[in-house]
Ligand binder design. Structure first.
Ligand SMILES: [Fe+2]
Length: 212
């Protein structure tokens, strides 16, 4: 499966009731680049918290339960109006739902062993000239992002590819885009091992990005 089919293979299957996905590797598998303690807390506590949060909101709106989570995020204004969802619950859907999608995808694209996605690699070389150039541009966006958030490589509704960062747990589906690669730059993703050295975390992260 190419990562370019992530939407169909991964995101379209994320529906209520939501559950914390099992990692495809052990907590210490990404050592020395991401330490076991960070992985365990990140997966169980942070991601687990987003799963509980989005389940709590969806449990109160039966009308939402037939939708895949990405559909709710992509059509949030329309859905909120249709089902009369107040602003504070819309905010929870953005934060908790985005947190669940973002992390599910983050675990999925990482791993201890490289399984380079040839289709994605070919596309990146075509778009950026070389893998090094793509990594440099992506890393700069991730490094310079102010505060908590994510760097993303996405395909937009016109079929064009874009790189950008988003705040907090905002997910590209909110903008109508589909994520392909995402990097968590919240401090919870790296602080135990790297403290304030986000650039070093990002440099090392490429070693555990399985698909490139
Ligand atoms: Fe995170």
């Amino acid at each position: 499966m190419s990562i370019l089919n992530l939407h169909k293979e991964v995101f379209s299957k994320i529906k209520y009731p939501f559950s914390l996905p099992e990692l495809l590797y052990s907590y210490d598998a990404l050592e020395p680049y991401i330490d076991a303690k960070t992985m365990q807390i990140h997966h169980q506590k942070h991601h687990g918290g987003y799963v509980n949060g989005i389940n709590e909101v969806f449990s109160r709106y039966e009308q939402l339960q037939k939708y895949a989570l990405w559909e709710v995020l992509q059509n949030l204004d329309e859905i909120a109006e249709k089902f009369d969802i107040p602003a504070e619950d819309v905010e929870k859907i953005v934060n908790m739902g985005g947190g669940h999608l973002n992390h599910t995808f983050f675990w999925y694209i990482m791993g201890p062993n490289k399984e380079v996605d040839k289709e994605l690699e070919g596309l990146i070389k075509e778009l950026f000239g070389s893998m090094e150039e793509f990594k440099a541009v992506f890393s700069e966006i991730a490094t310079k992002h102010f505060g908590s958030g994510w760097a993303f490589f996405v395909i937009n509704q016109d079929g064009d590819y874009e790189l950008y960062s988003l705040l907090n747990q905002d997910n590209p589906y909110l903008l109508g885009d589909k994520p392909i690669i995402g990097l968590d730059v919240w401090e919870h993703a790296y602080y135990l091992k790297y403290q304030n050295r986000r650039a070093e975390y990002i440099r090392n992260w490429w070693n555990v990005l399985k698909v490139l």
